[in-house]
Design a protein around this ligand. Structure first.
Ligand code: GDP
Ligand code: MG
Length: 443
């Protein structure tokens, strides 16, 4: 989708005459790409109407460049509106008990998303407990237990109790008594009759009285999303949406239908099976990602989340200034190492070629990170605070560092080359014509 819309906008930008005809051609491309991505026909039609209504060619704004700007903005605004219902996303509040209920069909990723959410909020300082109210699927409790154990998350469930509402209510009561402040209730997703499932959701929701209900949806279900979202919305008070499996071949159109059907914001997207494979949803980021610019918004949020203020030095500010020392890179690598596999982190960055990510191989670049950090560990403070010029001036320094880190001089050379690439990339991102200002324009 991204490539197509991006290409359509580009070809439009290179046109000399901007008129109704050019607009029609652009809309045809954009709408065609959206339909191909399984976006609901009605929503695509709406987008077309809205764009046409917001662009008036008989205005005095005469130059082709101006018209292009107006049109570009109209298209971006409407694309953004598709994923942003204009409602503030829910967040658990500190100092009170927050009960969260997850709903969605079996296989949509509820249990996985429960533990991802729990892990996410645990890191934000919440005392999180998981309740397994799925008695339909054999092994559901074991699955939750296993997931929870990986992150040391307390859980509640039962092998003998058959009534999911009873388990849900007991579990929530127990965690409330133990002063947990975020209680997440996982539910079942499949019954012989759809009505039975929906009745069960009403029962659980009634006894648990959740502060918030999240609809979990498989990102690849496309046109089926509208019906699913509507069915759940008819019985429980859906407040937000999580779209899973966005790491696969999901075209994203279903996400747009779910937002429209529930009038609720997407809060997170699932990007893998592991507990840290979850990104905060950010409309601008999603749009820039659709346009092939990488999901910079999500990356920035994670980076800020890790509190990158090291010795009072703010990395984001450094990016803006475009000057990184070897020490800055070292701190970045240490931080990135904590975020998860390098291929995931790089995947969120704009302009990183896919081949580079594929090269990370099996363990997602952890080996490379370790190699680079051990070399950096053997540098002196003065070397670390430099831009690597001391190594050009005195090549013998490389031998010392190589010996100190148990690596070869070639490894040290490679690492310095990597630093220079990294530094050049950051410079490009930060400049006044860089990606940051482009993203700023989208906001
Ligand atoms: P539930 O039936 O709704 O509880 O769904 P599960 O959480 O059991 O997930 C069903 C399957 O999808 C499992 O194999 C999960 O590992 C997988 N899964 C869930 N979320 C994601 C995701 O974001 N990406 C990928 N690749 N797989 C996922
Ligand atoms: Mg489940």
């Amino acid at each position: 989708l991204g490539g197509k819309i991006s290409a359509a906008l580009k070809s439009f930008t290179s046109q000399k005459v901007v008129d109704e005809k050019a607009l029609e051609a652009l809309l045809k491309e954009v709408c065609g790409a959206l339909l191909q991505s399984d976006v609901n026909v009605r929503l695509v039609q709406e987008l077309r109407t809205n764009i046409k209504a917001s662009v008036k060619f008989d205005d005095q704004a005469g130059t082709a460049l101006n018209r292009k700007r107006i049109l570009h903005k109209a298209v971006m605004d409407e694309l953004r509106r598709l994923v942003d219902p204009g409602v503030t996303a829910w967040q658990p509040k500190k100092g009170k008990i927050n009960v969260l209920m997850m709903v969605g069909l079996q296989g949509s990723g509820k249990t996985t998303s429960c533990t991802k959410l729990a892990y996410y909020y645990q890191r934000k300082g919440f005392k999180v407990g998981l309740v397994c109210a799925d008695t339909f699927r054999a092994g559901a409790f074991d699955q939750l237990k296993q997931n929870a154990a990986k992150a040391n998350l307390p859980y509640y469930g039962s092998y003998s109790e058959a009534d999911p509402a009873k388990i849900a209510s007991d579990g929530v009561a127990k965690f409330k008594k133990d002063k947990f402040d975020l209680i997440i209730v996982d539910t079942s997703g499949r019954h012989k009759q759809e009505q039975e499932l929906l009745d069960e959701m009403i029962q659980i929701s009634t006894v648990v009285d959740p502060d918030h209900t999240i609809f979990v949806m498989d990102g690849s279900i496309g046109q089926a999303a509208d019906g699913q979202a509507r069915a759940f919305k008819s019985v429980v008070d859906i407040g937000s949406v999580i779209i899973t499996k966005m790491d696969g071949h999901a075209k994203g159109g279903g996400a747009i239908s779910a937002v429209a059907a529930t009038q609720s914001p997407i809060i997170f997207i699932g990007t893998g099976e592991h507990i840290y494979d979850m990104e905060k949803f950010e409309p601008s980021g999603f749009i820039s990602s659709m346009l092939g610019m990488g999901n910079l918004g999500a990356l920035m949020e994670t980076v800020q989340d890790m509190q990158l203020e090291n010795n009072g030095v703010n990395f984001l500010k450094k990016i803006e200034e475009g000057n990184l020392s070897l020490r800055d890179m070292k701190q970045q690598f240490e931080m990135i190492g904590k975020l998860g596999p390098l291929n995931k982190v790089l995947g969120m960055m704009p302009g990183v070629p896919k081949e580079m990510i594929d090269v990370m191989g099996q363990n997602g670049g952890q080996d490379q990170i370790r190699l680079v950090t051990t070399i950096l560990d053997s540098m002196t403070d003065a070397e670390l605070d430099s831009d690597a010029t001391p190594f050009d001036q005195q090549p013998s320094r490389k031998r010392r560092v190589a010996q100190g880190s148990g690596r070869s001089v070639r490894d040290v050379d490679m690492m310095i080359a990597q630093y220079r690439q990294f530094s050049a990339m950051i410079k490009k991102m930060g400049g006044s014509k860089g990606l940051f200002s482009q993203l700023g324009a989208l906001r």
